[in-house]
Design a protein around this ligand. Structure first.
Ligand SMILES: Nc1ncnc2c1ncn2[C@@H]1O[C@H](COP(=O)(O)OP(=O)(O)OP(=O)(O)O)[C@@H](O)[C@H]1O
Ligand SMILES: [Mg+2]
Length: 384
């Protein structure tokens, strides 16, 4: 499959994932970002908000080995990692039979994840972070791609902090708002009656690996300084990201660009920090507000530049359709367009004084280049 074909897959997964549900596009996005970055994600929210159903659907879309389990306080290591091999034990060896258990899985879903007790916690931590499983004295590299967790609440117990930190992506799932209750009835009725529609796309590991590699080819230079600035704003508002999360944020930003069909990151991709920065329940809303403030101005300029760029493209094809000077009227019309382009160029260049945003600066250069291209074309037509 070519790179351009591959590029359309993330958005296909996204739409297939959220299709049966109402208002679950953002949750689906979080899952896709986790898959593209080979990271772990946790959905936190009140019961019955389709958290489990969504993650199960993701597992259906992937033709990969899955392991799903509902944790309780009493879950034994053998339930997740496999029973001890009695025959081996008789020979003094301590090994587990991991067949069809978590160590063999590529996609793992642990429901009620924060009920994990200390007997399973350490093993889980190394599997998630190092992708290593210690079986007796042997170290086994696991094929885990992403682990998804669901929970009704954010963990409070400090013992769970390390586990919580391993979920690079965290999302608070909110119940469907009242304006969509009618749609909810319809969707839930259809699910009850006919079950979930069969996914229209199946993705294998090989494809995920290609997509994952593409993430590292995204050009992040336009957003770097803005990202650093947002880190300091968050810190000043008492929202602290661990160094692990700061470092890994780039991957998610790049994945977001890729999901939007771009190989260059832009300011809008920084929105993914809303899944990376929050820790406590209150943080989710706080981070949202900080980001909408921080990204607002750049957003506005980028939108305006996009509009200008598309009208320049129209002008370009209009100018191209003109014959070389054939009448005074044509000449007059071309001069008129030329003057308009001059003032548009001035407006675009003025943006450089109004914002320091790297993505905006880069876009300004692109648009100015486009404008100058059309101006040159007009000059050539006038000069014959
Ligand atoms: N937004 C939604 N759109 C369509 N159906 C929904 C939606 N929310 C809930 N449902 C229906 O409710 C069912 C319950 O969802 P699910 O069991 O996945 O919830 P949950 O968030 O995992 O709950 P819990 O926290 O109790 O485990 C779904 O299978 C689905 O049929
Ligand atoms: Mg559930």
């Amino acid at each position: 499959m070519s790179l351009s074909n591959i590029m359309s897959i993330p958005s296909k997964i996204l739409s297939e994932l959220s299709k049966p549900f109402v208002s679950r596009e953002e949750e689906a996005k979080v899952i896709v970002l986790a898959l593209l970055t080979r990271e772990h994600a946790v959905l936190i929210g009140e019961p019955g908000t389709a958290k489990s159903a969504l993650i199960r659907r993701a597992a259906q879309i992937l033709s990969m080995k899955c392991f799903t389990y509902l944790l309780t306080k009493y879950t034994e290591p053998s339930e997740l990692f496999g029973p001890l091999d009695i025959n081996a034990l008789k020979q003094g060896k301590y090994v587990r039979i991991t067949t069809n258990k978590l160590p063999e899985a590529e996609i793992v879903f642990l429901d009620e994840i924060f009920r994990a007790n200390s007997a399973i916690l350490n093993t889980l931590l190394t599997i998630m972070n190092e992708r290593l499983f210690y079986d007796g004295y042997t170290e086994i590299r696991v094929k885990l791609w992403s682990l998804f967790g669901a929970s009704n609440e954010v963990p409070e117990d400090p013992e769970l902090e390390a586990l919580y930190d391993r979920f690079l992506l965290r999302h608070l799932v909110k119940p469907v708002t009242d304006d969509r209750w009618r749609d909810l009835l319809k969707a839930a009725w259809s699910i009850e009656k006919e079950g979930y529609p069969r996914p229209g796309i199946i993705v294998d590991r090989d494809t995920l690996e290609k997509l994952h590699r593409a993430v590292f080819h995204v050009d992040l230079s336009p957003i770097e300084s803005k990202l650093l600035k947002i880190f300091s704003v968050l810190e000043s508002k008492n929202i602290h990201l661990t160094d692990r999360r700061k470092g890994k944020a780039l991957k998610v930003i790049a994945a977001h660009a890729l999901l939007n069909g771009r190989t260059t990151a832009s300011t809008e991709d920084l929105i993914v920090l809303k899944y990376i920065a929050p820790h406590d329940v209150d943080d989710f809303e706080k981070v949202n507000i900080i980001l909408s403030e921080e990204l607002k101005t750049a957003y506005r300029y980028l939108r305006e530049l996009d509009e200008i760029a598309s009208s320049i493209r129209e002008v370009d094809s209009y100018v191209s359709s003109f014959p070389t000077i054939s009448s005074r009227f044509v000449e007059y019309r071309l001069i008129e367009i030329y003057r308009d382009l001059e003032s548009t160029k001035e407006r675009v260049l003025a943006m450089l004084n109004e914002t320091n945003d790297d993505a905006v600066r880069k876009k300004v250069c692109e648009v100015v280049e486009m404008i100058e291209g059309v101006m040159d074309k007009i000059k050539r037509k006038i000069e014959g």
